[in-house]
Write a protein that binds this ligand. Structure first.
Ligand code: PLP
Length: 397
């Protein structure tokens, strides 16, 4: 813990927000920062959780502990909804209380002795959990943690690492669509990644928390669309951004039977042991909600929320481009990644906050290559997004 350089990024952003509210109590603050969902959970889904919860007060409806791996019906529904024709079995799906928690459980499984690679920039939980488990420490002022391989992903390489210069590691965290850049890797890019992992005997931990935002058919929604991935990949995913379950808490991890350690032992057996020992299963109420999301009516309802956020992304992206800013992301993800050449990203973030009362996230919080960039979230009520675009346009015109 001592080796963690900074506090976790998002609580720091919340602190910035609170300080601003204290300083300007009458300002209308707009938060396009931490990336929390804002729109209500569709009624059909919320009522299925309410009904389930209410039934717990009856003799017939009561249930206690469920299977640690998740309810069979939900595991089957996840396979049907997200892995159709991809050879995934429901027994390979582990239902969880969210992707973040599974990142840490996977770190527990992997231990302190493995080497890891991360996209730079990337979601901070990969690195922070890696430091917590003891895989890496602060290198002191360099903006990097020693022994982590930072795979630079910026506009100059189409947000995909140069694998020819990437060192071999035991584990590769890879997030697509990426948080924060909003870039979704193409099929060709993921084929290269899978080949790289196979050649090196590495495990890819593929974070597909934003897969439901992918619009482009050439950008796979799952790593398991790539032939040969079953031997090298684990996928973590979530209902958070898919269905507004950031507060309900539900996710899943897929560990294929064919993924083996170098001694031939199946990784799935150990993950099952970790889940049974350190977790005990997701809330049964949340799982009832998950099942409702995957019913045909529920699926339609959550997809219209995704369309809503993607329209927000479109509005933001167009507005910022129209004032001459270089804008990335937003096409297959609810994040806009804006370049401010030559600037310090914390300074830009604070300047925007001071002048427009809009919270954003400085790119450097996601890794050294995030310097000069800002992440703007498209999660928000439409009127807030429109108001924010008007304020930003005025600032940058
Ligand atoms: N992975 C990525 C890339 C995320 O952006 C987030 C949340 O923002 C998570 C995982 C955490 O998801 P969950 O809410 O399922 O824990």
């Amino acid at each position: 813990m001592e080796k963690l350089r900074n506090g976790y990024l998002f609580p720091e952003i919340s602190r910035l927000e609170l300080e601003h509210i204290e300083k300007y109590p009458n300002a209308k603050l707009i938060s396009l920062g931490i990336g929390d969902t804002t729109e209500p959970i569709p009624e059909i889904i919320a009522s299925s959780m309410a009904n389930y919860a209410h039934a717990l007060s009856t003799a017939d409806g009561y249930s206690g502990y469920g299977p640690e791996q998740g309810n069979k019906a939900l595991r089957e529904a996840i396979v049907k909804a997200f892995y159709k024709d991809l050879q995934i079995q429901d027994t390979e799906v582990f239902v969880s209380d969210g992707a973040q928690c599974d990142i840490t459980r996977l770190q527990l499984l992997l231990g302190s002795k493995v080497t890891i690679a991360v996209q730079d920039p990337s979601f901070p939980a990969y690195i922070d959990s890696s430091v917590i488990i003891g895989q890496a420490g602060d290198e002191g002022g360099s903006g990097r943690y020693g022994s982590i391989e930072y795979m630079k992903c910026g506009p100059e390489n189409n947000f995909f690492p140069d694998l020819a210069t990437t060192s071999r590691t035991d584990v590769i965290f890879f997030c697509s669509p990426n948080n924060p850049t909003g870039h979704a890797a193409t099929r060709e890019q993921l084929e290269l990644l899978v080949k790289f992992a196979r050649d090196n005997g590495s495990i890819i931990i593929f974070d597909s928390a934003y897969s439901s935002y992918v619009q482009d058919d050439n950008c796979p929604r799952s790593i398991f669309e790539i032939p040969g991935s079953r031997q090298v990949a684990i996928e973590i995913s979530s209902f958070s951004k898919f269905a507004g379950f950031t507060g309900v808490r539900l996710g899943w991890t897929v560990v294929p039977d064919e993924l083996l350690y170098s001694n031939g032992f199946p990784v799935i057996h150990d993950f099952n042991r970790i889940v049974s020992t350190c977790f005990n299963g997701a809330s049964n109420v949340a799982q009832a909600g998950g099942l409702a999301c995957l019913s045909s009516q529920g699926f339609k309802a959550v997809n219209s929320l995704i369309d809503y956020y993607m329209e927000n992304a479109n509005v933001l992206g167009e507005a910022l481009s129209s004032v001459g800013l270089q804008v990335y992301g937003g096409a297959n993800a609810p994040y806009i990644w804006v370049h401010f050449p030559g600037s310090n990203s914390w300074d830009v973030c604070k300047h925007i906050l001071e002048k427009t009362h809009i919270i954003t996230v400085p790119g450097s919080g996601f890794g050294p290559s995030g310097e000069e960039f800002l992440r703007i979230s498209a999660f928000g009520h439409r009127e807030c997004i429109l108001e924010a675009t008007a304020r930003l346009k005025t600032l940058f015109l």
